[in-house]
Design a protein around this ligand. Structure first.
Ligand SMILES: Cc1cc2nc3c(=O)[nH]c(=O)nc-3n(C[C@H](O)[C@H](O)[C@H](O)COP(=O)(O)O)c2cc1C
Length: 183
């Protein structure tokens, strides 16, 4: 049975939800899955014991979480020998502030900054959750997201769950073929 690690960083919870769904779909496809939150497990997380690694991160102020970039850079050698997938979560990827060019640029900039091009990469629309923002974040969201057309109150989820399922299924299919021999 193939083994996969799904590791993510999430500030307001949507990337965590998507990572959980990816893990559930991989499990359904017969993959043995471990799900890890980078905030709890740190960049020293062990990647070596898996046939495949899925990494998820959300975008805030134009950038993915720095800890995710650090994780990738620290494990480049291992990632190059495993089946890998990356998913980016943002409001540019879908919803009222959709900006496909920006969503694509986030993926390209992450690949350029880390030197890692995942076998499979996707951008998923995230969520706006005013109920989870503190005072400062509410202010920042009003300043930064308002101009883009995102709602100014309430909680709104834009994630295309069918696309998340297809992504996980595609990765499960890749895991069936050997990439390179594990050391
Ligand atoms: C303060 C703040 C800044 C954000 N900046 C961006 C941005 O620059 N580009 C973008 O496409 N989405 C941006 N977003 C939207 C987030 O990527 C989206 O809400 C996502 O669902 C957050 O994922 P998380 O819940 O896993 O942290 C921002 C959201 C917040 C709250």
């Amino acid at each position: 049975m193939a083994r996969a690690l799904v590791i993510f960083a999430s500030e307001e919870g949507q990337t965590a939800r998507i990572a959980r769904r990816v893990a559930e779909e991989l499990h359904r496809a017969g993959v043995e899955v471990a799900l890890r939150d980078l905030a709890r497990h740190g960049t020293e997380a062990r990647l070596a014991g898996y046939d495949g690694v899925v990494i998820g991160a959300s975008v805030h102020f134009g950038h993915h979480d720095k800890a995710v970039a650090r994780l990738v850079k620290e494990h480049l050698a291992i990632l190059h020998t495993r089946h890998t997938a990356f998913f980016s979560v943002s409001l540019s990827a879908g919803g009222p502030s959709r900006d496909a060019a920006a969503a694509r640029r986030y993926l390209e900039e992450f690949a350029a900054a880390t030197g890692w091009k995942a076998d499979l990469a996707a951008s998923f629309a995230g969520a706006v959750r005013h109920s989870r923002y503190g005072f400062l974040r509410t202010l920042l969201v009003h300043l930064s997201l308002r101009r883009s057309g995102a709602p100014e109150s309430g909680d709104h989820e834009y994630t295309d769950w069918a696309a998340v399922t297809s992504f996980a299924e595609a990765f499960a299919r890749r895991l069936q073929a050997p990439k390179r021999a594990l050391p």
